[in-house]
Design a protein around this ligand. Sequence first.
Ligand code: ZN
Length: 201
Amino acid sequence: MSKRIAGPEIERLIQLLAKVPGLGPRSARRAALHLIKKKEQLLAPLSVAMADAVDKVRVCSTCGNVDTSDPCTICTDERRDRSLLIVVEDVSDLWALERSGAMNARYHVLGGTLSPLDGVGPDDLTIAKLVSRVAEGEVKEVILAVNATVEGQTTAHYITDQLSGLGARVTRLAHGVPVGGELDYLDEGTIAAALKSRTAF
Ligand code: ZN
């Protein structure tokens, strides 16, 4: 066992920081030391911000987004096009799409993908809720913005089946060459998908 170099409060801080995505044990130590050195400017306000978040963060009962209000800021934003609904696997995908600023739509967070091998079935995701949202009739287009993985595409097919007959157009993201991408560096699957989904110039 390695020797302890700090008291239990600091060790605990390091252990918890090490669980943050992108931080391993070494970066966690560096981050903890930085926070401790900046106790007044950073550590104290961070602990207040975290306590506030623990108090106030909730999951939107309409779309599955996380926010401090339910329904969330996006669901209650009257300037958004209520006829457009973008389906994503996770809140991180919702945030990524919002960063692009390309759409002024509302969202539906599935909470994962169908994965029979891992025991994830339709009832483990928010698919039934999605179907009932679309059945209300306001949504005219459902954009399936799921990942281009086997599970993502399986989920997209399943959802398309579930939404058939509800009167909404179901679309999916284009697959292909990334913006700024060079063909020479792409894998065969991506090139094949890009050729299949080619568009008029
Ligand atoms: Zn919401």
